[in-house]
Design a protein. Structure first.
Lengths: 488, 381
């Protein structure tokens, strides 16, 4: 490294002089400096400190507090090889714990058919009577053979669509056959149906209860927002969904039903009403999701496209409102904040597949389409539905496990799935709190590597992470609330 | 338990370990005078009997049995295990009614903590101590109970220690052992593997970590590399799911990093099942170092509150030991434990009318002469 390089990542290459450097990244943070170590522990220090750390002008006696903080938090070490290297290795391993096992989340698409026509649909719905878009039994058998090759002791099989309830016989077949793979209670298998609930009848509900299946539905907020986003005959979408949510909560239990919201341009003004809607339905969390630039979302540009700044404005107002609600003694979580906070505030790894490094693609999630095609994520499948099969890993009826998950496409994706190795991420202070998303890069920037300065993914995450750090630093009581969100 | 009473031993040739038994279940000659008390005991778990009494038995049929005359006979209850020495003293080894029973394993130690309440003299006969401890095992009740193992550093004689714990668990399968150790032994992974072969579900290792910064911890325990060795040992123990309690004694030289310690604990040692923040017992080494280590509790309550609130919010199990109740802020009162052993706690004069006295652990008797300006007794109206 030349002396003039303005590179802001430092590794342990310096010669020992009182102390050696351990890997950390830094960034300016409101007239101070934010430094983050390999495990996501951060310190906020006076301006100029980073320079003094690396130039060895920091002194144990004159700068005792910062010196001891840096040693204790493993930013620097007294030895050339840290005496506690095993401890550091364990902490790093714990942070990357998601890599302990192969894929745990397996998304199965029993049908592409749907009875709704949502303005942001990411899968390009087909009408509800075209059976050529249903999975067949032979394909299911092959999908299950591949799913249960994973060594993960805990497997989740999630049914996506289309509307999976339109192919309920296929769901029953998957659930029934899965039991044949379980030996001595392993793996533990969790089933989730992602459904708009409108077609749910008592017979289905009984089956869902008997088989301990989780329900994940879509609720965009109060009637005015939900019906605008999720088009259904005669505007009954909201009424029908809410009635069914309440029924499911009653029959299956409050904790067996969750809901997801998608933020459209239309939602932006309704942050308060959307949260109130979730609270009034008895939910303890909400996931404020920005729209994904795939599928119909791109076609219906006017309703859907809003700037990152608009979304962040919406997100901050909503998060403030949620924190206020928590400060009154309630427990209500914003899920995206929780995902990032768990990276900032805990020593553990978390299982959210969209914000990981290495990316969740293949490592944590695989998607099996109705026709047997396998994709590394749901977003990759959405691209395929739009006619771009770039991320196709293989087909369960044609290829074996190794061809699919260790084939040339997987290897190609692996080149760009770690943000430790991406320009713009490698030296970012938020690296450990963020993730890599080659599919997003490909769809928005035309290549998997991506270009951070114009990446909306990068901009959005940076703004949210920075805001969360601001909140933590602004008020100890807010940190305690955040801790309660991430505590196991 | 260092509860020692003097008296006179009769018909004893050696020291014996005895267990007092129920009066009614035995044929005993009871004294004619009202204030004469006799307590029978068994010796070594066999069928040999003897007696504790508060008067000589020469004029009774029991005069040929081993017996011991003491004025403090009311201190001894059924089920207590005692060491009776022929030279004329009784030492209580196990008190049936107490929740604070400890087996004193050895006084040798590889640390010399600045605030140690029982500093090692390195003069004991370890084998004799081991014999006493082995004698206790056969007399211990078989039911579920908690027993502490302490020292010195009990793991120092590793082979004896390991065998002893195995023997103890074998004799009393339901016993929960709470072992006070500085944890350094477990820096040796081979020893962790040995230890993991015991029934570790019923063992908690209580290990002190006094700072997040190595130099402060090393200085407190008077041993270099202690911090990093201990932390490494904790990781080895955690790898085998061995139950761990961390102990942090609050001193003038470490309280200012208490919040940072709490953060360190969650980030580096999230696997521990319990952490105790402890007031200082100003006895032993602590007495000599008092000016350097004693800090009035009211001066660190902000730090303690922030630390405990932080750990509570992350669902870590934290306790406050060895402090008077009235100095603890309401927000963390749920973490307060009445922890000082009943044989060494006291209350001050101003505590006499406090309505919270029965929930309060009071003070170490050794802290009697320190200033207690922060006390806020709540008077009965």
């Amino acid at each position: 490294m030349k002396k003039s390089d303005k590179h802001n990542t430092y590794s342990n290459i310096a010669v020992f002089k009182d102390y050696s450097l351990l890997p950390f990244n830094y960034s300016q943070f409101h007239n101070k400096e934010l430094i983050v170590n390999l495990f996501g522990d951060y310190l906020i220090v006076q301006n100029g400190t980073v320079d003094r750390i690396i130039n060895r002008t920091l002194n144990k006696y004159n700068d005792n507090d910062i010196y001891t903080d840096l040693i204790s938090n493993n930013f620097i070490t007294k030895e050339t090889v840290p005496i506690n290297l095993n401890v550091l290795a364990t902490r790093y391993r714990t942070k990357k714990g998601l890599l302990n096992y192969f894929t745990g989340l397996h998304i199965v698409v029993p049908t592409l058919r749907c009875n709704q026509a949502c303005i942001y649909c990411q899968v390009s719905h087909v009408s509800s009577d075209d059976c050529s878009y249903d999975i067949d039994f032979r394909t299911i058998d092959n999908v299950l053979d591949i799913i249960f090759k994973s060594n993960n002791p805990s497997i989740t099989i999630e049914f996506q669509g289309g509307e999976p309830l339109l192919a309920f016989d296929k769901i029953k077949y998957v659930v029934g056959r899965s039991k044949e793979y379980i030996k001595n209670d392993l793996p533990k298998v969790t089933f989730v149906i992602c459904t708009n609930l409108t077609l749910l009848n008592d017979e289905m509900l009984n089956y869902i209860k008997e088989n301990n299946i989780l329900i994940s539905t879509s609720l965009d907020g109060p009637k005015i927002v939900h019906n605008k986003n999720r088009i259904f005959t005669k505007n009954y979408s909201y009424k029908s969904t809410v009635e069914k949510i309440i029924k499911c909560q009653k029959v299956l239990g409050q904790d067996r039903v969750s809901a997801l919201m998608t933020t459209t341009g239309y939602s932006l003004n309704y942050w308060k009403e959307i949260i109130d809607e979730y609270i009034s339905l008895g939910f303890h969390e909400i996931f404020l999701r920005s729209i994904n630039p795939y599928g119909f979302a791109l076609k219906n540009c006017n309703e859907n496209l809003y700037s990152v700044d608009d979304f962040i404005d919406f997100y901050k107002k909503a998060l403030d409102y949620i924190i206020e609600y928590n400060q009154k003694g309630n427990y209500f979580v914003e899920v995206y904040a929780k995902i990032i906070l768990s990276k900032i505030l805990t020593p553990f790894s978390n299982g959210f597949v969209d914000l990981q490094s290495p990316a969740g693609l293949i490592n944590s999630v695989a998607v099996y389409n109705y026709n047997g095609n396998v994709y590394p994520s749901d977003e990759a499948r959405m691209l395929a539905e739009m006619g771009d099969d770039y991320f196709l890993l293989g087909n369960v009826n044609r290829d074996n496990y190794y061809d699919i998950f260790y084939g040339s496409k997987s290897k190609e994706i692996a080149n760009t799935w770690a943000n430790e190795c991406l320009n713009g991420c490698v030296d970012c202070a938020f690296q450990t709190y963020c993730g890599a998303d080659p599919v997003r890069n490909y769809s928005t920037q035309k290549d998997m590597y991506g270009f951070r300065p114009t990446s909306s993914f990068c901009k959005k995450n940076k703004m949210i992470i920075e805001y969360l750090l601001e909140l933590i630093e602004s008020d100890k009581k807010i940190e305690l609330i955040f801790n309660s969100w991430v505590a196991n | 338990m260092s509860n020692i009473t003097n008296g006179i031993a009769y018909n004893l040739e050696n020291s014996v370990i005895v267990k007092t038994i129920d009066m009614d279940s035995n044929i005993v000659f009871c004294g004619k005078e009202e204030n004469r008390i006799i307590r029978p005991f068994v010796i070594d778990g066999k069928t040999t009997y003897g007696y504790l009494c508060n008067y000589p038995l020469e004029d009774t049929p029991l005069k040929t049995f081993p017996y011991f005359v003491t004025k403090s006979i009311e201190n001894y209850n059924t089920g207590d295990i005692l060491l009776i020495d022929k030279s004329g003293y009784i030492k209580t080894l196990y008190q049936k009614e107490s929740k604070h029973n400890y087996i004193f394993f050895t006084e040798y130690c590889n640390h010399n903590c600045i605030m140690c309440s029982q500093p090692a003299t390195n003069s004991e006969n370890f084998k004799a101590q081991l014999d006493i401890n082995k004698g206790i095992i056969s007399l211990l009740p078989k039911e579920e109970m908690v027993l502490g193992i302490t020292g010195g550093e009990p793991t120092l004689f590793w082979k004896d220690f390991n065998e002893y714990i195995a023997l103890l668990q074998n004799n009393c399968p339901e016993i929960l052992l709470h072992i006070l150790t500085n944890g350094r032994t477990f820096y040796d992974y081979e020893k962790v593997l040995d230890f993991a072969k015991l029934n570790v579900n019923n063992i908690v290792l209580a290990i002190p970590v006094h700072s997040d910064y190595f130099e402060i911890h090393d200085r407190i325990v008077n041993s270099s590399n202690a911090f990093y060795d201990t932390i490494q040992g904790l990781y080895y123990l955690a790898k085998h799911n061995i139950r761990i309690e961390i102990r942090f004694v609050i001193l003038k030289i470490n309280y200012h990093r208490m919040v940072k310690f709490a953060r360190f604990l969650y980030k580096y040692l999230p696997f521990v099942e319990h952490v105790a923040f402890m007031g200082l017992e100003p006895i032993g080494n602590a007495q000599n170092e008092l000016n350097n280590i004693w800090i009035s509790p009211d001066l660190y309550m902000d730090e303690l509150e922030e630390s405990i609130e932080y750990l509570n919010s992350l669902k870590m199990n934290a306790s406050i030991y060895n402090l008077p109740l009235c100095c603890i802020p309401d927000s963390i009162i749920g973490n307060y434990r009445k922890s000082i052993s009943e044989w060494k706690n006291i209350y001050l004069d101003e505590c006499e009318n406090c309505i919270n006295k029965c929930d309060c652990g009071g003070f170490f008797s050794s802290a009697k002469n320190l200033e207690h300006k922060y006390l806020k007794p709540i008077k009965r109206s």
